[in-house]
Design a protein around this ligand. Structure first.
Ligand SMILES: *Cc1c(COP(=O)(O)O)cnc(C)c1O
Length: 362
């Protein structure tokens, strides 16, 4: 009954805006079931619209893309230290990420045992503290990489830890470190290949950092943390139905923890959607700085009214009491809504919508 609807025309518009704005190759990032939009369908639409380079975090997703006719280049952003994964990467013509000596060795050995040359992008940790070589390791790493006969570098990249603001000092610092590291690679006889560092927000805020490619995920969904002056449209909303209506007298509790009590006789509607489907969830925001938290709170305050509403037959009605795991209760008093009527819930993030909820492109 519940569906996540994805507006194809808005997605096409976003793709066009991104293509127009890009000064370099676009790598579409499809992690987490393509940010909740459905891996294969989303990739197909991108491919039909000229995107021919994809990034995933899980080798399984790369294989699914290949099995479903995605013919462009695919890079796995997570370096692997497992020989069996390295073999799958090589056998399916996927680009690996090398971010440590072990991952380089594992890839080289797997390629050698298959009598092949594996293509990889080198990952530099310019300050994110996750995957990648540290810049100071680079001179040694270059000779090490060059000594491995069955791997071929085709790109070099890094990832920003904070690129949501033009004022981000770390973004400039990371970018400069990245450029210096690339210069070092060249001096040590290792050509970097395709250079890329921008995610969506850096792509929008720092056009001078586009380099040879940009890695775009959330901008396709129009869900960006930077001010949206780019007319990107937010994509994805939930559709459900009213499954029960009833009258409640004055002074009657609604829901867990007794947070709501009717002030007059009302008519309620029950909608079978809740936390389990991804409705009412917000992403954890504890990793951000105080100034960001404050701006989020401010945004939440402004959205609060909106958050407490759903749309029934084109009309906003309020949610009463707490959101449950599987249900919400809404106020239908001033409407003639009945069982079976459609409900639209647009204040959601597709990324958080449960995998059991059917995705439909409209
Ligand atoms: C998620 C991710 C991206 C894309 O980030 P968006 O901000 O959603 O565009 C790019 N690069 C890496 C390494 C990522 O993990």
């Amino acid at each position: 009954m519940n569906k996540l609807l994805i507006e194809r025309n808005k997605l096409l518009k976003n793709i066009e805006i991104i293509k127009k704005y890009s000064r370099s190759k676009i790598i579409a990032v499809l992690k987490a079931n393509a940010y909740g939009l459905g891996l294969i369908e989303f990739a197909n639409i991108l491919q039909q619209n000229g995107i021919d380079f994809f990034a995933v975090t899980d080798i399984k997703d790369a294989l699914k893309l290949r099995e479903n006719g995605i013919s462009g280049q695919i890079i796995v952003l997570t370096p692997t230290n497992l020989p069996e994964e390295a073999r799958l990467i090589i056998q399916n013509g996927i680009i690996a990420t090398v971010g440590s000596r072990t991952s380089a060795l594992v890839l080289n050995n797997a390629a050698s045992s298959l009598s092949k040359t594996a293509s990889f992008h080198l990952k530099i940790d310019t300050g994110f503290g996750r995957f990648g070589f540290l810049p100071q390791e680079i001179p040694d790493v270059c000779s090490f990489i060059k000594s491995l006969d069955n791997i071929q570098i085709t790109g070099t990249y890094s990832h920003f830890s904070y690129s949501f603001s033009k004022k981000s000092k770390t973004a400039y610092a990371q970018y400069n470190t990245f450029m210096d590291t690339i210069e070092q690679m060249r001096q040590n006889g290792l050509e970097p290949g395709l250079r890329h560092i921008c995610n969506s927000s850096a792509f929008l805020l720092f056009p001078e950092m586009h380099l040879d490619a940009v890695r775009i995920g959330s901008a396709f969904l129009g869900r960006i943390l930077v001010k949206n002056t780019y007319v990107l449209e937010r994509i994805g909303y939930l559709k459900s139905r009213i499954i029960e209506t009833k009258e409640l007298p004055k002074n009657h509790n609604i829901g867990y923890a007794n947070t709501y009590r009717t002030k007059k006789p009302i008519r309620i509607g029950i909608i079978p959607i809740g936390y389990a489907d991804g409705f009412g969830l917000v992403k954890r925001r504890d990793s951000f700085r105080l100034s960001d938290i404050l701006s989020y709170i401010w945004r939440d305050v402004r959205l609060l009214r909106k958050k407490d509403w759903v749309i029934v037959n084109g009309k906003h009605v309020s949610i009463l009491g707490r959101i449950n795991i599987n249900n919400i209760v809404v106020d239908l008093t001033d409407t003639d809504a009945k069982v079976g009527d459609e409900v639209i819930l647009d204040n959601i993030n597709p990324l958080l919508v449960g995998i059991h909820v059917e995705r439909e492109y409209i």
